[in-house]
Design a protein around this ligand. Structure first.
Ligand SMILES: *[C@@H]1O[C@H](CO)[C@@H](O)[C@H](O)[C@H]1NC(C)=O
Ligand SMILES: *[C@@H]1O[C@H](CO)[C@@H](O)[C@H](O)[C@H]1NC(C)=O
Ligand SMILES: *[C@@H]1O[C@H](CO)[C@@H](O)[C@H](O)[C@H]1NC(C)=O
Ligand SMILES: *[C@@H]1O[C@H](CO)[C@@H](O)[C@H](O)[C@H]1NC(C)=O
Ligand SMILES: *[C@@H]1O[C@H](CO)[C@@H](O)[C@H](O)[C@H]1NC(C)=O
Ligand SMILES: *[C@@H]1O[C@H](CO)[C@@H](O)[C@H](O)[C@H]1NC(C)=O
Length: 222
């Protein structure tokens, strides 16, 4: 944790770029602020780590006082588009692993997740990819972890899972319902359909308005 804090001080001197760290499950590659702007932080599908099938958790560190965060899950062997994070190979759509919520503190957040909650017939050994989408007020950031879902898997005690003290002293993580369910960045490969791009455009004004409020709040704190 101390290392993380020191790194964040170092990055604070760089041009303003909200960022976050995916601590658990283990991300595909090392944290690079600029890469987080892209789908899965621009890393290809990599080594899979075991992850609890029904009682996992996702742990991140936010370096912004306020952010909109959500978790997706894909069961594709090599997902390269957002559609593969809400639709199976045979066209069955399913919800997010954790719908968007607001995180109103800077620091660590550990949220329980249940891969079975998306309602697909997952079995011991099912491969999956978890993608975190994070927006601290200046655009969407992404990071991914490749996993294999294991029944009754016990997470190693070295994996960090806790909330910063700020989380328990006033602010909290609360559900967000007025946020687009996906905002694919230009870097995402694949071919967006006409309906998906118009849906993204239609949702844009609401998110811009909300983010403007977040941005204004951030400006006041500087
Ligand atoms: C599509 O796949 C899911 C599992 O991924 C299965 O539950 C469902 O029955 C399949 N639907 C069709 C129409 O084949
Ligand atoms: C689940 O799969 C893992 C590895 O594939 C295996 O070691 C474990 O015994 C399996 N657990 C159950 C409950 O089948
Ligand atoms: C899961 O992914 C690994 C590669 O990461 C692959 O070798 C394995 O066959 C996959 N398992 C299943 C059940 O598809
Ligand atoms: C998983 O753990 C529960 C209780 O901890 C146990 O009842 C169940 O039999 C276990 N399942 C497997 C497949 O080992
Ligand atoms: C962290 O806070 C969130 C939101 O308040 C809560 O759902 C979660 O259980 C907490 N995690 C831990 C490890 O206490
Ligand atoms: C699935 O994701 C795509 C791409 O982000 C999006 O356009 C579409 O609306 C989503 N579908 C559902 C059912 O959420």
């Amino acid at each position: 944790m101390f290392t993380t804090a020191l790194l964040s001080l170092a990055f604070a001197a760089a041009p303003a770029l909200a960022h976050f760290h995916l601590n658990y499950p283990p991300p595909r590659g090392p944290f690079v602020a600029q890469m987080e702007l892209s789908f899965c932080s621009d890393y290809p599908t990599g080594a899979r780590s075991p992850f609890p099938l029904d009682s996992g958790f996702v742990d991140i560190t936010s370096e912004h006082p306020s952010a909109i965060v959500g978790f997706y899950i894909s069961f594709d062997a090599d997902p390269t588009t957002f559609v593969q994070f809400n639709t199976t190979d045979n066209g069955t759509s399913y919800p997010m692993l954790k719908p968007f919520f607001s995180m109103n503190w800077e620091g660590e957040l550990c949220l329980p997740v249940d891969a079975e909650s998306v309602g697909l017939p997952i079995v011991n050994g099912t491969n999956a990819t978890i993608q975190v989408q994070f927006n601290g007020g200046d655009g969407n950031l992404f990071d991914c972890a490749d996993v294999v879902l294991i029944t009754n898997y016990t997470v190693p005690s070295t994996a960090s899972c806790s909330n910063s003290t700020a989380a328990t002293s006033g602010s909290s993580a609360s559900p967000i319902t007025s946020i687009p369910t996906a905002t694919p960045p230009a870097a995402a490969t694949g071919s967006p359909t006409a309906s998906s791009s118009s849906a993204a455009l239609a949702l844009q004004p609401a998110s811009v308005g909300l983010l403007a409020v977040v941005g204004a709040a951030l400006a006041l704190t500087i």
